[in-house]
Design a protein around this ligand. Sequence first.
Ligand SMILES: [Zn+2]
Length: 136
Amino acid sequence: MKKEIHPQYFKDAVIECACGAKFIAGSTVERMTVELCSRCHPFYTGQQKIVDTARRVEKFEAKTKKKQTNVLDYKAKVAKKIERAKRKADKRAKAEEAATIRTDTKKHAVKKVSAAKKTVTKKTKSVTKATKSKKA
Ligand SMILES: [Zn+2]
């Protein structure tokens, strides 16, 4: 070995796991902390266990909850929209009905007016005829 180019070697470096297990091994780093080891990893323990160091499960659950609430909100919105459309359609139908009634009454009124005009013109004609006959 060349002198002064190799890092310091620790024969009994301590590797500490998050589960509490400690291992002693040779390393250039004196002390290490790890998240998983052979004593707690599901592959070695044979028990299924969710190792959630990055809060992935929590985040996923929060996301799905949010999505569900969004879906509920969406359903409520759609229901509101449908109700609004129904109300609008009802209003439109009522307005059309009222408009047809109005036009009907207008037609009647027009007819009445034209009839009245006819009678007036007849009367004036008869009056003019009478005046003409008087003059003659
Ligand atoms: Zn461990």
